[in-house]
Design a binder for this molecule. Sequence first.
Ligand code: AMP
Length: 276
Amino acid sequence: MDVVITLDELRQARKKLLEPVGLVPTMGFLHDGHLSLVRQARLDCASVVVSIYVNPTQFGPREDLSKYPRNLQRDLDMLTTAGVALVWIPTNEVMYPADFQTWVNVEKVSKPLEGALRPGHFRGVATVVAKLFNAVQPQKSYFGQKDAQQARVIRQMAQDLNFPIEIVICPTKREPDGLAMSSRNVYLSPEERQAATALSRALFQAKTAWEAGVHDSEQLRKLVQELITAEPLVKVQYVSCADPDTLKEQEGQVDRALLSLAVMIGKTRLIDNIII
Ligand code: AMP
């Protein structure tokens, strides 16, 4: 497995890879959710490239950039075992040299949900992913349904900017008790970790209700909201029943939806979603 830092090193190593190439962008502190993307990429592609970069431009001023968990050696061991061909670990100087001044702004689908609570977040995400795409030039790139709006934003960007890259969205990997795997789960105390099971429980109960005929968007939002607020450690930021394509909040009866939520548990912000 090649591990490179600079753009020149990346380009040299990229030339040696067998085609097609699959890219899995990550912020490191890897877990089985990330590895499930790598496994899918290994099935589809001759070579897999993983980027590890905690992108400062997608963090707000009061977010967890400086304390975002890192363990590069463990990540590299996991990626070696997973059969990855090339790992790119750009530094901030590589990604954003001093005179950097070009940004990618995906308009409509960046606005609601995460975009409303994290201004500038998707501008940072879209910009860094566009740079990863241009640098690595993969045929396919893999993203998790866990970050549903991010996947939607990237898909739109790839289409609008003519990236010749297939965007593959992989299912959310969960812990045995349902909690969606996330690098941020390590922030949780044992009590908070227990409380965090309320998120997926609420979403799956809403899915059960939906399957039993509850198709009213307001009722679905209310059900999820009530189930989560029953857990005192969890503070709801939003519960949404949105159109999976436009991400606009739905009214009345729905025939499909992205049910999503964001909460704070102590100082930790968690998101989760399901498609119904
Ligand atoms: P991150 O390192 O959190 O930026 O995540 C890198 C990629 O892994 C993104 O495409 C995420 O959506 C995806 N991902 C993170 N957690 C999970 C999970 N539990 N299941 C599937 N994909 C995930």
